[in-house]
Design a protein around this ligand. Sequence first.
Ligand code: FAD
Ligand code: MLT
Ligand code: ZN
Length: 510
Amino acid sequence: MFISRQLARRTSLRVSRRWSHSPAAALSGLNSVTEEDLAHFAKILPPTAILSTLSPSATPAAELEPFNNDWMNKYHGRSTTVLKPRTTQEVSEIVKWCNQRRIGIVPQGGNTGLVGGGVPVKDELVLSLSNMTKIRAFDDVSGILVADAGCILQSLSDFLTPHNHIVPLDLGAKGSCQIGGNVSTNAGGLRLLRYGSLHGSVLGLEVVLPDGTILDQLTSLRKDNTGYDLKQLFIGAEGTLGVVTGVSILAAPAPQASNNVMLALPKFENVLPLFKETKRQLSEILSAFEFMDRTVYDLAVKHGQGRALDPSDVEGAECFVLVETSGGKREHDEEKLNSLLESLMEAEQPLINTGVLATSPAQFSALWAIREGLTEAVSKEGKAYKYDISVPLHKFKEVVDKTKEHLRQKDLLHDNAVKHVVGYGHVGDGNLHLNVVAAQYTPEIEAALEPFIYELVASYKGSISAEHGIGVMKTHALQYSKSPTSIEWMKRIKALFDPNGIMNPGKVLP
Ligand code: FAD
Ligand code: MLT
Ligand code: ZN
């Protein structure tokens, strides 16, 4: 349903008022790190765990750049100091000091976040978890894995392989992102359809609260109904309520067989009937159903992600769907997948033009590499404005088309401004990644996109963030997806945990 014109006008008025909110305002009462602070940190950490342009460390500023700039090189901080604690106790002592001294802290994992949440707004201290990489315990009967927050997702996955288990989360950034960052962003990823959200699979957390207290909720229990489930507050809090130092997560049994197939579709309208039919026929073995439009597929090919399909396979395709199955018995799964493909190809009005089925592990990986490489391809092509939205599935194409048309009307759809508007995403989760690929980030393009896109999403009763979070990018737009009452209670929770506002200031809350 579309919002009424009156409501739309009220919404945009409210937005323009909040537009003036500057994330830097959240830092107004906070102090910069001084040489005295550094002297104190030197009592907690070895010199190798302190990077600071201040004396006596005098680290060259260039060494701090990877911590001050985000993955897209869109958000830039000016921190003088990065600390890399090795234990929860060290984190606690650092945080306690910062709280007493009113120094802002940005917890940082792999710095692969896409909303500017992991880099400072100004000169807050960066607390990098990259030295906390211990796997604390794994029980191959229950599947419960307990690990330091700084463990890289891929390394957890590698650890679990010989134990016949997998992390119930997978994403293109797995080689760099950390489990603590995943939890803090409530990352969704490529197989949420199968394994559900981290709100379900994370069993416990260890968190250093803003006053330095260690909150040990690192339970390994599948069931625990003893009052409020505090850990849920930190899942998706983007570092605004505390520092996650340990994670207990329920690993899934490794599938005995995995297959995938790239389907080429003549038109977008076929995606939903295809999803329905795929679910019906594959049922319990369906583990991913990922959509990409033609333009973004072509960008992946252009920038060398994965191995391109044969020209005959992509001819006339308006979009693609990557389907993955994971099950317990290869013959059974292959039979199901083959019969799905046969029925799709032989239908009187086929939903697909063609399907490319992986027949070797190398082909399986190559097909996934196309999908996982979309983010990188888009970044290589230009400066991406990334919107990760939840909208009804049948609106995916409309969102892309309307955005394109809106930019065209503003004379911004050409090679010197916006080069492409593309859509891809997790159909199974109703999550569309709308990417506007520009030659440069410019205020003019941003003004054309926002609040236009947020209003469009609100008109579908969608969410302005399905998985990447709010970070610094969308604080001003939170009210498109949260009611004033919800925002008020979020602010109260923040004030309760972090009365001095030191934890990731300027992020999430308007
Ligand atoms: P960072 O970027 O370092 O931090 C992200 C946020 O979490 C920041 O607010 C930071 O302050 C906070 N944080 C980090 N660690 C901690 C901690 N230990 N305690 C408290 N707060 C912390 N996201 C998806 O959801 N699905 C995808 O499919 C997906 N694919 C991606 C593919 C690529 C190529 C890239 C570059 C990104 C992708 N992302 C995806 C976004 C990103 O990878 C995820 O948000 C990821 O979970 C971030 O983890 P990180 O360790 O890099 O966190
Ligand atoms: C994805 O699904 O590929 C990720 O969320 C990253 C992106 O949106 O580019
Ligand atoms: Zn995604």
